[in-house]
Design a protein around this ligand. Structure first.
Ligand SMILES: Cc1cc2nc3c(=O)[nH]c(=O)nc-3n(C[C@H](O)[C@H](O)[C@H](O)COP(=O)(O)O)c2cc1C
Length: 177
C-alpha cells in the first residue's frame, strides 16, 4: 500500500494535534440542560453518543470546570436537545459565557417532560435522562443517562459542527439498514 499518496501528517499526539484532528469529526450539536438549586443550567455540546437501545441509554461528556457539569451531578438528571439549522443562535448562546448564566434560557421556548430538566420545544429531538453512572476521565465527566422520556419533530433536520464551524447537512445518502 502506498502511504505517501494522501499527504497525511503523522505526529505524536499533543493536545493541539488531538484538537486539530478531532476537528475532522463531524458532530451533531445539542444543548445539555438540567435544573438544580431552583434554576436552569445548560450548555452546547457535541460529545453525545448513543449507548444502548435496551434500555434506552446515552452518554454525554462535560468539562468538569463548567457550571452545567456540577449541576447535572447535583440534580441527577439532564436533557439532550438535538438542534436544527434554525437553532444556530441558541448553539452560540449556550457556548458563550453571559454575565448571568440563566440569560441563556431567555432565547427559545422551554418546557419539561419527566425529570424536570429543561426541554427545548422546537428541538429536532429531545431526550429526558436520569443519570445512572458518572465517570471522570481527564478534564471531563462522562454521564450515562437512561432515557425516561423523548420527543421528536416530524421532519429530518440537523445542525452539525465541523472544522470549527456549524454545518447544515445538504444531502441524505442511503446507508445499510
Ligand atoms: C459546537 C460546540 C460544541 C461543544 N461541545 C462541548 C462538549 O461536548 N463538552 C463540553 O464540555 N463542552 C463543549 N463545548 C463548550 C461549552 O459549550 C462551553 O464551554 C460552555 O460555556 C460551558 O458552559 P458551562 O460552563 O455553563 O457549563 C462546546 C462548544 C461548542 C461551540
Amino acid at each position: 500500500m502506498d502511504h505517501s499518496a494522501g499527504q497525511q501528517d503523522f505526529a505524536e499526539c499533543s493536545r493541539d494535534d488531538f484538537r486539530m484532528a478531532m476537528r475532522k469529526l463531524i458532530g451533531g450539536v445539542a444543548l445539555i440542560c438540567t435544573h438544580s438549586d431552583n434554576r436552569p443550567y445548560g450548555m452546547t455540546a457535541t460529545a453525545v453518543c448513543s449507548v444502548s437501545a435496551d434500555p434506552p441509554t446515552l452518554l454525554v461528556c462535560l468539562n468538569r470546570k463548567g457550571s452545567t457539569c456540577s449541576a447535572v451531578s447535583e440534580s441527577g438528571a439532564f436533557s439532550v436537545n438535538l438542534l436544527g439549522p434554525e437553532n444556530v443562535e441558541l448553539a452560540s448562546t449556550f457556548a458563550s459565557a453571559p454575565a448571568d448564566l440563566q440569560d441563556r434560557f431567555s432565547v427559545g421556548e422551554w418546557t419539561m417532560l419527566k425529570t424536570g430538566a429543561p426541554i427545548l420545544q422546537n428541538s429536532s429531538a429531545s431526550f429526558d435522562c436520569e443519570v445512572v453512572e458518572e465517570l471522570d476521565s481527564g478534564s471531563h465527566r462522562i454521564f450515562i443517562g437512561q432515557v425516561r422520556a423523548v420527543s421528536r419533530s416530524q421532519d429530518d433536520k440537523a445542525l452539525g459542527y465541523f472544522a470549527g464551524g456549524f454545518v447544515i447537512p445538504a444531502q441524505l445518502l442511503q446507508a445499510p439498514a
